[in-house]
Design a protein around this ligand. Structure first.
Ligand SMILES: Cc1cc2nc3c(=O)[nH]c(=O)nc-3n(C[C@H](O)[C@H](O)[C@H](O)COP(=O)(O)O)c2cc1C
Length: 204
C-alpha cells in the first residue's frame, strides 16, 4: 500500500498543517504497518507556473532549456505518484483565502485532460485514475470560515480542494481542520487539540 504525503506550508517548523499532516501519516502507518510513504515538500520542491512554453511542449514542440525539461520531468513524477498512491495526505494552509500557490502549481500538473480525466460526447467527466483512493486534507487557517460565520462566502480553500478531487473522481475525502489559529493562544491550542481528535477518529 502506498501513501503520498504532500506539504505546502511556507512556515517551516512553525507550521500547523505540517504538524497535522505528519500526525495523519503516523496514524496511517499504525493502521497499515507495511505502508510505503512518498514525501513531497512543495515549499522547497515546487513546479513552475504552467506557461506558454509548457503548452508548446505538450503540443509536441521541441523543449527549450534545461529548466523546462527538468520541470516537465517533475510533472511526470507528480502524475506517477498520484496514480500509484492509495492514500493522499495533503497539508493545506489557507493563504489569501485559498491554497498556497505551490499547492496550486501541483494541482495544475495533475488535473490534465487525457491524463487524469476525460470528457465524453455527452459532456460527462470521467476519471482516468484507478479507483479506491482516499484523500485526507490537513486544513489550517488563521481566521474562521465555518458555514455559520459571516466569512463563510470567502471560503475558497477546502471547497476548492474538495472540488478538484471530486472532479478527478476522488470522493473519499476527509478534512481535518484547525481554524482560528490567529485568534490567540487559547483558541489556537483548542483548534490544534480538536484537529488531533479528528485524526484519532480516522478509520482505515
Ligand atoms: C502568506 C499568508 C497568507 C495568509 N492568508 C490567510 C487568509 O487569507 N485567511 C486566514 O484565515 N489565514 C491566513 N493566513 C494564516 C494561516 O492560514 C495560518 O497561519 C495557518 O496556520 C497556516 O498554516 P501553516 O501553519 O501550516 O502554514 C495566512 C498566512 C500566511 C503566511
Amino acid at each position: 500500500m502506498k501513501l503520498l504525503h504532500i506539504d505546502s506550508s511556507i512556515l517551516g517548523a512553525r507550521s500547523v498543517s505540517r504538524l497535522l499532516s505528519s500526525k495523519i501519516v503516523e496514524q496511517e502507518r499504525r493502521l497499515h504497518p507495511a505502508l510505503d510513504v512518498v514525501y513531497r515538500d512543495l515549499a522547497c520542491d515546487c513546479a513552475l507556473h504552467f506557461s506558454a512554453a509548457h503548452m508548446a511542449a505538450r503540443a509536441g514542440e521541441t523543449l527549450q532549456g534545461a529548466e523546462l525539461c527538468s520541470d516537465l520531468e517533475l510533472s511526470q513524477e507528480y502524475l506517477d505518484e498520484l496514480f500509484e498512491a492509495d492514500i493522499i495526505v495533503i497539508g493545506a494552509p489557507m493563504y489569501n483565502l485559498t491554497v498556497p500557490s505551490q499547492l496550486k502549481a501541483w494541482i495544475d500538473r495533475i488535473v490534465i485532460a487525457g491524463e487524469t480525466f476525460t470528457y465524453d460526447e455527452t459532456g460527462a467527466v470521467r476519471t482516468l485514475l484507478p479507483p479506491g483512493k482516499k484523500v485526507i486534507i490537513a486544513s489550517t487557517r488563521g481566521y474562521v470560515y465555518r458555514a455559520d460565520t459571516s466569512t463563510a462566502a470567502l471560503e475558497h480553500h477546502e471547497r476548492f480542494l474538495k472540488g478538484v478531487f471530486s472532479f478527478l473522481g476522488l470522493r473519499d475525502v476527509t478534512v481535518v481542520r484547525a481554524e482560528g489559529l490567529a485568534l490567540g493562544a487559547r483558541t489556537r491550542n483548542a483548534a490544534i487539540c480538536h484537529a488531533q481528535v479528528q485524526i484519532a477518529a480516522i478509520r482505515p
